[in-house]
Design a protein around this ligand. Structure first.
Ligand code: PMP
Length: 408
């Protein structure tokens, strides 16, 4: 039976895909009740192409992953070259693998001195898990403070600190000692105490529909963590690597975290995450017990080579410096009486509509017209705009005109 979300894509010209679509639904594990079911044959730059030639302008970058668009030639070359040299050799941390070494060195050149040591992981969730273990290990404490509507991954530690009860309820028991505060509320910061191992948050909440806290909230949070000896973990899985108009979003606030989480765009389209801290803090994972965090594939050489190539292109093409102007253009063009509000930093934007049904109808029309967008996990009434950073002004005009027509 087709659900409401699927009927839209079930047009006669798509019938030729039926077998793959059926196989997808029956043999690939499903967690979405209404998957988009687009079958993309190839993707290049800002566009994804179906077998029938229909193309889609990508406004979501695989959820803040494809900063350089799709299949950037320098990233593809780096993947090919590294795959020809070697792929997996040994579990994380035993061999000196030059793609890891080069990328860790290069990343830390752009980070404050206390963030000089990188543990590469497979994903954002694993970076969260590693950082939580590190905070427990270094403070000897067990409590984690996080924030309502925050998202840090889907594994059980990350789920324990997720700021949405609906996604957690059926998976309890989770970690016992967690507390979720109201994001942006300074009086709540008093609840962070000498029992707190770490406070973990996104410097701009993404899945809540782009929530940008005040500078004083983040600065007072840093002060409070210092007062009680809790570590401050910033999750920049979505905000990191240029998306907000700075290389790292914490630069907007004039503070530095004790642990930084990166993922998403870090691998240039390949799976890669990282938790980053000082060598002194990180070294605690190598004693008592040894091997404090183990991963077979974390920091895979092909993923690190791809990530490093993407990072170099980001720098060479000054993409971060162009982000604010591009985001502003979106904001200026997207004016419509049916839009309840817009929230934006850099090229992360939420367009708020009346409710999910209205938002979904508009999103469906956009997709039908060849513009790919979606909604936010904790904010289904908001449309997500987080395109590859390479988007051109012409493409922004085109995208906005399609969105406005779809709203009409
Ligand atoms: N942190 C944040 C802020 C995220 O947005 C996500 C993914 N949406 C994660 C962590 C988890 O990353 P992954 O899906 O790679 O585990």
């Amino acid at each position: 039976m087709l659900t409401l979300g699927e009927t839209h894509y079930f047009s006669p010209e798509r019938l030729f895909m039926i077998s793959n679509r059926q196989l997808f639904l029956s043999h690939v594990a499903q967690t979405s009740p209404a998957p988009l079911l687009l079958e993309i044959e190839r993707a290049e730059g800002m566009y994804m192409y179906e077998a029938n030639g229909k193309k889609y302008l990508d406004l979501i970058a695989g959820i803040s992953v494809s900063n350089l668009g799709h299949s950037h030639p320098e990233v593809v070359n780096a993947v090919k070259e590294q795959a020809e040299k070697y792929m997996h050799l040994m579990v994380y941390g035993e061999f000196v693998e030059s793609p890891q070494v080069k990328y860790a060195k290069r990343l830390t050149e752009f980070l404050p001195e206390n963030l000089n040591n990188v543990y590469f992981t497979n994903s954002g969730a694993e970076a969260t898990e590693g950082a939580m273990k590190l905070a427990k290990r270094i403070t000897g404490r067990t409590q984690f403070v996080s924030f309502k509507n925050g998202y840090h991954g889907s594994t059980q530690g990350a789920l324990s600190i997720m700021g949405d009860e609906q996604f957690k309820r059926k998976f309890r028991p989770l970690l016992p000692d967690t507390l979720q505060l109201k994001y942006g509320n300074e009086t709540e910061l008093e609840k962070i105490s000498c029992r707190t191992a770490a406070v973990i948050l996104e410097p701009i909440q993404a899945e809540s529909g782009i929530t940008i806290p005040s500078k004083s909230f983040i600065q007072n949070l840093r002060v409070r963590c210092n007062e009680v000896g809790a570590l401050l973990i910033l999750d920049e899985a979505q905000t990191g690597l240029g998306r907000t108009g700075k290389m790292f979003a914490f630069e907007h606030y004039g503070i530095v975290p004790d642990i930084l989480l990166l993922a998403k765009a870090l691998g240039g389209g390949m799976p890669l995450g990282a938790f980053i801290s000082s060598k002194e803090i990180m070294d605690s994972l190598s004693q008592n017990p040894v091997l404090g965090h183990i991963t077979t594939f974390g920091g895979h050489p092909v993923c690190c080579a791809a990530g490093l190539a993407a990072f170099e292109v980001l720098l060479k093409e000054n993409l971060t410096q162009q982000v604010e102007a591009k985001g502003k253009l979106f904001e200026e063009l997207l004016v419509h009486p049916k839009l309840k509000s817009k929230r934006r930093i850099g090229l992360m934007m939420a367009l708020e509509f009346e409710n999910f049904e209205q938002n979904k109808r508009i999103i469906d029309r956009c997709i039908e017209s060849g513009v790919l967008t979606d909604w936010f996990l904790f904010s289904p009434e908001c449309m997500r705009i987080a395109p590859p950073l390479i988007i051109s002004d012409d493409e922004i005009h085109m995208a906005c005109s399609t969105i406005l027509k779809s709203i009409d």
